[in-house]
Design a protein around this ligand. Structure first.
Ligand code: SF4
Ligand code: SF4
Length: 235
């Protein structure tokens, strides 16, 4: 893989479908990372949930600490003085790949390429900007434009969201755009039910409602990535 060269991210609509499934708890991200390990080496805390017993079992206890603000059992895996996850081996591979946290299983830096936004880290932003989606059909173009419009709206109209529900961090903004982009598909925000363009407040309300519908559906469907495959290869 040549540093800085474009990387094929796949067809936009197909990626979007899969990413939404991952966010809904169905499956894992399938990023063709190649020799990149940027998100394992850029000073990120990795959340591990109380039901991830297999993951906790393979990480030395001294590397885990309680996650602030979350119920008991939620822990964080930190990073070393170089910003590297302590489970990252010298060869750039995850030493606990088969039992890696769900946070790692669901991370896909292509979300920033889809949303047209920067990541929370310059190295990941550079990697994300290498991804190029293909748009073989008009539908791919329309959905991509809608995801970008959603991300732009969330970033630029945060004051319109009731109760401060607009996320601020780059990951959450991009993921929210993936979950609610259909608000920005025509007629959606363009026309609205009343046949006139929605106000920013109405768009924000529609985003909140779309996100709530997504989360209700996610909660109603048993997650399918919780059971880690025992035959999953390392590395
Ligand atoms: S930054 Fe992207 S390509 Fe690099 S390891 Fe993370 S998910 Fe893979
Ligand atoms: S647990 Fe593995 S995949 Fe997750 S950040 Fe650490 S090295 Fe990367």
């Amino acid at each position: 893989m040549t540093a800085g060269s474009d990387l094929p991210a796949g067809e936009l609509s197909a990626w979007l479908l899969r990413m939404r499934a991952v966010l809904a708890g169905q499956g894992e991200a399938d990023v063709p990372c190649g020799d990149c390990c940027a998100c394992c080496a850029t000073s990120h805390f990795v959340h591990i949930g109380p039901d991830e017993e297999r993951t906790v079992a393979v990480i030395p206890r001294e590397l885990l600490f309680p996650a602030p603000g979350l119920p008991a059992g939620n822990v964080l895996l930190g990073y070393d003085e170089q910003g590297r996850c302590p489970m990252l081996a010298a060869d750039g591979r995850c030493s606990i790949y088969a039992a890696r946290p769900l946070t790692c299983r669901t991370y896909d830096c292509r979300v920033f390429a889809a949303a047209g936004t920067a990541a929370d880290n310059e190295v990941i932003t550079r990697q994300a900007r290498r991804w190029k989606f293909s748009h073989p059909a008009q539908d791919d173009c329309d959905r991509h434009a809608a995801v970008r419009a959603a991300a732009r709206f969330v970033r630029e109209r945060a004051e319109c969201f009731p109760g401060g529900r607009a996320p601020r961090d780059p990951v959450s903004v991009a993921l929210l755009a993936v979950k609610v982009y259909d608000v920005f598909l025509a007629p959606g925000a363009e026309a609205g039910a009343a046949g006139r363009p929605w106000s920013d407040l109405e768009v924000a309300k529609a985003i909140v409602e779309a996100n709530d519908r997504f989360e209700v559906a996610r909660a109603a469907a048993p997650a399918s990535y919780g059971a880690v495959r025992q035959d999953e290869p390392d590395g």
